[in-house]
Design a protein around this ligand. Sequence first.
Ligand code: FES
Length: 533
Amino acid sequence: MNSLHPGETLSLWLDTEEMPQFSKLQQDLRVDVCIIGGGIGGITTAYLLMKEGKKVCLLESFEIGSGQTGRTTAHFSNALDDRYYEIERLHGQEGARLAAQSHTAAQDAVEKIVREEKIDCHLERLNGYLFASDDDQEVLQKEFDAAHRAGLGIQFLNRAPLQSFDTGPCLRFPRQLQLHPLKYLSALTKIFVERGGQVFTHTHVTNVESGKIAKVKTSDGFTVSCNSLVVATNTPINDLFAIHTKQVPYRSYVVGFQIPKDSVPKGLFWDTLNPYHYVRIEQGETEDILIVGGEDHKTGQEEHPELCFTRLENWARQKFPMITNTAYSWSGQVMEPIDGLGYLGHNPMDRNNVYVITGDSGQGMTHCTIGGLLITDQIMGRANPWEQLYNPGRISVRATGEYLKINANVAAQYREWFSAKPRPELHTLHRGEGTVFRDGLRMVAAYKTTSGQVEFMSAACTHLAGVVNWNNVEKSWDCPCHGSRFDCHGKVLEGPATQALKPLDDVNIEIPGPERVPTTDLGTSLTEPLGFA
Ligand code: FES
């Protein structure tokens, strides 16, 4: 696990941009606005409110951009992956129009910021292409009609401009946008700080209290008091039920392949498979990187996540035979709302001065930018045309089926508490891997360190007691209920949980072999027997 970002894998963006460093919060603070989360949602909101003259501070658990903004593929698109005909069914024709308008406005806002602030972040306007398999062609016609009703001037083409395979008929979405997300975020953060904003990293928030003056408490015992609080973490930490019952966490996988320069034309490309593939190019000096994403699955509900990379690579090599090498593999987390649109604005059941940015729906770049624009208007007391559409407290009657389905899935995850999960032979566990087993009434998460010690901790997620599962790609414990994630030692990587997994020092497990170091010597660790890898 890298100390700078919460993950085992390294994205192209994390590898190619050095992010600005900040110190921890080491005193109590009083500000106009406190923002939790140093990704694109938090930094955009901080920047916009700073420009409005607000005194703003931002707190981040790890480093700026170390969460999902460092793990995206940065498609700033108004081609909604839930499809306009579906958004129209769920939110009406006017809702679909506002969705198209707001995502387009987000693209324009980002371009304006980049141009005004002269940010070098590889920004490009380019076309996006949506293509379908042979038996899925009617999707394109339905989407073409609905997107036009929503006000987008998209075109039907015979094929996308890819030479290596025939996509068949496709829709062209003009003037999409791509950039290097961490170059953008890094520059925006520096500008925010140069103009008086405050940023504190490695500052872990353990509690938030709403009220006329909202209070944010950190694990180091400091408090930020503020008139307005914006929680721009991937999924909110200040909400137990209202939003977590309306969105589902997914893991998504990305591979970056080396390809000869200019061998694949620039563009954003998506198919309509479920899960779908998403493709873009990042140009280099002597070669390009073809970025291919997909193979999404519900967080904590895939036994062999490493196979997602294999499937992605197989698909990519078949479609793009010019691939030479694999340069990057990484994964990220996506929050899928039940009705296809982000939750941006006033947090349900809190006072009106607490706001959330969540429910990225696989369109995190534009949704987070919309969140920044919308919440800035709300804090400044201005009307915003998208307020109702993205209202986090909305109840979507037409999404009732999806609501019931996702909550039945969450309920099913709690059945893990009754599963047998026999005690493992820990000598068969590889170093750097983990497993979950039953120990009487409790479930235990066991992790074998790279030096061979076994650490035990409770497998009960500290949010609402789901049983965590081992993620061998990111070397993390992932909760299948609402997507909390913990590093291999149990420390929180992603909310909604805010507390670490509880260490256990009384696990009575037989480890075959002659050597066993007393737990008193190692705290919560046991050493594997000699002779076993
Ligand atoms: S994330 Fe809610 S129970 Fe684990």
